[in-house]
Design a binder for this molecule. Sequence first.
Ligand SMILES: Nc1nc2c(ncn2[C@@H]2O[C@H](COP(=O)(O)OP(=O)(O)O)[C@@H](O)[C@H]2O)c(=O)[nH]1
Ligand SMILES: Nc1ncnc2c1ncn2[C@@H]1O[C@H](COP(=O)(O)OP(=O)(O)O)[C@@H](O)[C@H]1O
Length: 228
Amino acid sequence: MAHSHQNDPHGFHRRGVLFVLSSPSGAGKSTIARKLLAAEPDLAVSVSVTTREPRPGEVNGVDYTFVDVERFREMVSQHHFIEWAHVFKHRYGTPKGPVDAVLATGRDMLFDIDWQGAQQLHQTMGGDVVRVFILPPSMAELHRRLEGRQTDTPEVIAHRMARASNEVSHWDGYDYVLVNDDADKCFEAVHTILKAERLKRSRQTGLIGFIRGLMKRGDPTGESSDVL
Ligand SMILES: Nc1nc2c(ncn2[C@@H]2O[C@H](COP(=O)(O)OP(=O)(O)O)[C@@H](O)[C@H]2O)c(=O)[nH]1
Ligand SMILES: Nc1ncnc2c1ncn2[C@@H]1O[C@H](COP(=O)(O)OP(=O)(O)O)[C@@H](O)[C@H]1O
């Protein structure tokens, strides 16, 4: 299964895309992520560890791995995380093991992490991360979405609204900034970015060898080219 994305139609191997989606809480990144996963079943997802309480319907080990603060601290001291941060009074971290495992297969991986995580991951991976930031159409609409989701108390919603403009202020640390007005249009844009970033990577890793082969004198078929 993994091979369908690892290679493009011409057989060029490429590195997987580490694809970060961030947004102020409630702007719709989980909605966009769900659509992306439906369209890209081979896309691996990084399951974060968090100290926040599960919401109704959230599944341990699928949406998040839920732990208490003591266990989280232990995991930090054991270097379990590739990055971690405090967000909304809780701790959230990206486990390193699954990232290494997915990178070894060449598959792409999706991260739903905040601007601090995006920054740390970008540094750790030597800049080879694609960061997409999703904005709400307005603060009033953000508030409506947080209320409409019916997952948080009025206090939690107020806290998230208070944090939203600070989150938005970090837009400049991203490669792409999109407004999630219409969810399907926003998903299409995110999907297009992922596909374009894949092409960019196959160019870097395989295409140059292939072009050299095509240009070889006395080899009009290009069959002796050493792609890879
Ligand atoms: N740095 C970092 N941020 C994370 C991680 N996991 C989730 N987050 C961010 O934590 C914030 C709160 O997430 P959550 O409690 O699920 O609320 P939601 O954004 O309303 O769905 C969001 O901005 C997430 O992107 C992680 O592993 N690392
Ligand atoms: N483009 C959109 N238009 C209207 N509602 C949306 C849109 N995108 C998401 N929503 C809704 O807004 C709420 C918050 O979206 P969600 O994906 O949970 O946000 P986040 O993961 O960024 O916190 C959900 O109830 C979702 O159905």
